[in-house]
Design a protein around this ligand. Structure first.
Ligand SMILES: NC(=O)c1ccc[n+]([C@@H]2O[C@H](COP(=O)([O-])OP(=O)(O)OC[C@H]3O[C@@H](n4cnc5c(N)ncnc54)[C@H](O)[C@@H]3O)[C@@H](O)[C@H]2O)c1
Length: 411
């Protein structure tokens, strides 16, 4: 890492990616303006209240107090910055295709305020060509002097919320630029708070590498999910098999089964790759198959629970842990939501308990009602199966966290 930098940067989008970046950069010495279109988020951040688990209130409050960090909803603030980093969501639309509308509108509102010489970085995940063909074009059309004088770079974020070992500063950071000047500027900027910056030859390489990483996970998770029914029929514990295979010191990586795949990355990023590929007339059947296999897991999980709870009368099913992964309150794309839909379509009342999630649309919090059975979707810290086990409720554990407990069957 370099010596402490001085200057102002703007980070657009203060969510799971943008806020940790803003805080890390502020701690490294930058003055950071965190722009978000949600004025509620802006207000809370300026009071030192973080909504992201990886950033504590205490850490944020120090920066707010020292004026190293300020949140704002006003894009005019961007004109004070020499670096502007975009971290807004890139979800899928209802047809499973890339929805870049938030990215496009963010770039559109940022563009008029970029002063000449600014480094504009995209961290949002997207298909190869996004920086060159989409972002540059929007800047060209929405800035007085077009794209002239702007350094365009790509630095896809790899953050894994709640990962205690690999953090923003320790995870190697891929960067590239539309030209060598932009790439050098991005390298210099990220080197101020990332230990290992890895320049690659083009933004498309960085963009595609990010998609490949999460596609690799999606496909490997699908592989183990596909083997789950086989192991169940053979009465073999799939997790024991995975651990056994994992003793091989080379050529194998452990991936685990579950009720599906969730979050903003694994179910989404491969679809960006698939879409781009289809545009070019190229099939990617591995991705389609993996999506199909993972997408069928919620139905399989429902079938397993109903078989386990055969003969029981109650119409209520409890979902334990509804966030997409342990330690976070994020329910985006969580398989719990799909499991709930599948149960509801069969006429069940779905209840949930999750120590970190306050509301889930369409599912009621559990208040001790009688149950047909329960499914552990996510091993959220603080989940207590004790009362359910004592009451003899059949439980299907999709996480492996409650192995060896009576009444608890493993997926
Ligand atoms: N969440 C992850 O673990 C993760 C990891 C790696 C990469 N990513 C990628 O990073 C990007 C951001 O994801 P996220 O999880 O941080 O999203 P998020 O929903 O947590 O946060 C995005 C924030 O951007 C704000 N926003 C949206 N449009 C805006 C605009 N035009 N101007 C200002 N603010 C705007 C929203 O109000 C929100 O607070 C996505 O492309 C995602 O795929 C996410």
């Amino acid at each position: 890492m370099q010596t402490a930098p001085q200057g102002t940067i703007a980070v657009i989008g203060q969510g799971y990616v943008g806020l940790p970046l803003a805080v890390e950069a502020a701690e490294a010495g930058w003055t950071v303006i965190g722009i978000d279109k949600s004025l509620g988020i802006v207000k809370n951040l300026n009071m030192g209240r973080s909504h992201i688990e990886d950033v504590s209130d205490a850490r944020l409050a120090v920066l707010v107090k020292g004026k190293q960090y300020i949140a704002s909803g006003d894009c005019e603030e961007i004109s004070k910055a020499t670096v502007c980093v975009i971290c807004v969501p890139t979800p899928l639309d209802n047809d499973g295709k890339p929805d870049t509308s938030l990215l496009e509108s963010a770039v559109k509102s940022v563009a008029p305020h970029l002063k000449s010489g600014t480094l504009l970085v995209n961290e949002s995940t997207s298909y190869p060509g996004t920086l060159r063909d989409l972002i540059r074009d929007i800047v060209e059309k929405n800035r007085e002097s077009g794209a002239e004088g702007i350094k365009f770079a790509s630095a896809p974020e790899r953050i894994d919320p709640q990962n205690k070992e690999w953090k923003l500063s320790t995870t190697p950071r891929l960067i590239s630029g539309l030209d060598s000047e932009a790439r050098k500027a991005a390298e210099d900027f990220y080197s101020t708070f990332c230990r290992n910056v890895v320049p690659v030859s083009s933004p498309e390489v960085a963009e595609l590498a990010k998609l490949l990483e999460n596609t690799f996970r999606q496909v490997n998770i699908a592989l183990v999910n596909q083997i789950v029914p086989l192991c169940h029929k053979l009465d073999i514990d799939i997790r024991e098999v995975i651990e056994a295979a994992g003793t091989k010191p080379y050529g194998f990586m452990k991936f685990y089964p579950g009720a599906g795949v969730g979050g903003h990355c694994i179910p989404v990023d491969p679809m960006y790759l698939l879409w781009k590929s289809r545009q070019l007339g190229i099939d990617l059947p591995f991705i389609e198959k993996a999506d199909d296999v993972n997408g069928k897991m919620p139905e399989y999980v429902v079938e397993r629970l109903l078989a386990l709870a055969a003969g029981r009368e109650s119409n209520n099913v409890l979902l334990l842990g509804v966030a997409y992964k342990p330690g976070v309150a994020d329910v985006r794309e969580s398989p719990a939501l799909v499991v709930a839909e599948r149960l509801k379509s069969r006429g069940f009342e779905v209840l949930y308990t999750d120590p970190l999630v306050e509301n889930v649309s369409g599912i009621k919090p559990y208040k001790g009602e009688g149950l047909r059975g329960a499914i552990v979707i996510t091993a959220q810290p603080g989940l207590d199966l004790g009362p359910l086990v004592s009451a003899g409720i059949p439980i299907l554990d999709c996480t492996g966290a409650f192995k060896g407990i009576s009444n608890v069957e493993q997926l």
